[in-house]
Ligand binder design. Structure first.
Ligand code: NDP
Length: 328
């Protein structure tokens, strides 16, 4: 350990189960040119960190997870303009936010609007931007469309359902329990169903026609039923694999399923320019401050208990957003 001030963080030195997430003292990062040092107030937990922890996505070890977090600017790197110590910021494009301090490029931070809490500001970015780009850019759903959204009570699910319902889209969601179905319905789902016989239920609810679009973040377990739920020329948006990654797939199946369009998008490709970032954050935070978009924080855990947060997320025990809060 050098003379730099200390911080605490979660680090993994090997991939594996949640227990590899170890809490301990670490060196506080220093902001380089163009960067901000942020004292963390809340860290957003996202499913991708479970893929990194378990080895599904390769990461260099030792590794501190986390791309999302909110907090107070504590130091400003050389050449940064537009930010000062004391500013309240949030981001989903930092590194190592499972920590009491993190560094972020100033151009990838967003000022938290007045009246929005640090918790909400850490909860919204990745799941909100995902719901936003899925519904505006990947398949820009319009009034009259019917959409199937899996994991309707999850973080992305609750936000995506609200954005779609606000456009006049009929939303069918899947959830694994009555309590989750209730949350999903409150977010605007027209119909909530379980994960059994999904395509049959969808056909019943759509006069046999099927849905215009499936937004599927569950992946392996839902893939076949999602494909069978689409109408002719429907769009399959596969955006995650909470149940596992979808195995290699014969493209010819898209022909027999009805000339289906399929896409596998990821958020970095929908935050390409400062203008695109400002547009998506702007619309989301405007909706939150106007009271038309509700951000549910289902669970919070102390930073030191990040392993429990992963257990809950992978164990389907969570609803809405999961946050880590600094232990101090
Ligand atoms: P969620 O809060 O939606 O949690 C995942 C949910 O998936 C669970 O709560 C559970 O809901 C459902 N699920 C179904 N089967 C399983 C299973 N076998 N194991 C675990 N969960 C299961 O997570 P997020 O909102 O953070 O993310 C949702 C998906 O979106 C993830 O796949 C994630 O990787 C992806 N994602 C993709 C992004 C992109 O840009 N492509 C960006 C952000 C997230 P239930 O109990 O109701 O079934």
């Amino acid at each position: 350990m050098s003379d730099s001030p200390a911080t605490h963080s979660i680090t993994l030195t090997e991939t594996g189960g949640p227990d590899v997430l170890q809490y301990g003292e670490a060196e506080r990062p220093t902001p380089g040119p163009g960067e901000l040092l942020v004292t963390t107030r809340a860290t957003g937990v996202n499913f991708i960190e479970t893929y990194q922890r378990s080895g599904v996505y390769a990461v260099p070890l030792p590794f501190t997870p986390g791309a999302e977090g909110s907090g107070v600017v504590t130091a400003v790197g050389e050449g940064v303009s537009g930010y000062a110590v004391g500013d309240r910021v949030t981001t989903t494009e930092a590194k190592a936010t499972y920590a009491e301090h993190f560094v972020v490029e100033a151009t990838r931070a967003h000022v938290i609007p007045d009246g929005v809490s640090y918790e909400t500001a850490a909860a919204l970015p990745l799941q909100g931007i995902t719901a936003h780009y899925l519904s505006t850019s990947v398949y820009p759903a319009t009034a009259g469309d019917i959409a199937l959204v899996h994991a309707g009570a999850g973080g992305v699910g609750l936000l995506l359902t609200q954005l779609l319902a606000a456009k006049g889209v009929t939303v069918i969601t899947t959830t694994s329990s009555p309590a989750k179905a209730e949350l999903s319905a409150a977010a605007g789902a027209t119909h909530t169903i379980g994960y059994e016989n999904v395509s049959e239920r969808v056909r019943e609810l759509t006069d046999g026609v099927g849905v215009n679009v499936v937004y599927d973040g569950v992946g392996k377990d839902t893939f076949d039923e999602s494909l069978a739920s689409l109408r002719i020329r429907g769009t399959f948006v596969l955006f995650g694999g909470a149940s596992g990654q979808v195995p290699p797939f014969d493209l010819q199946r898209l022909n027999s399923a009805g000339s289906i369009t399929i896409t596998r998008p990821t958020s970095v490709h929908f935050l390409l320019t400062p203008e695109e970032r400002a547009w998506r954050y702007g619309e989301l935070f405007d909706a939150v401050t106007a009271g038309t978009l509700s951000v549910r924080i289902g669970q919070t855990f102390p930073l030191a208990q990040a392993a429990d947060a992963h257990r809950a997320l992978e164990g389907r025990k969570t609803t809405g957003k999961v946050l880590l809060l600094p232990t101090e």
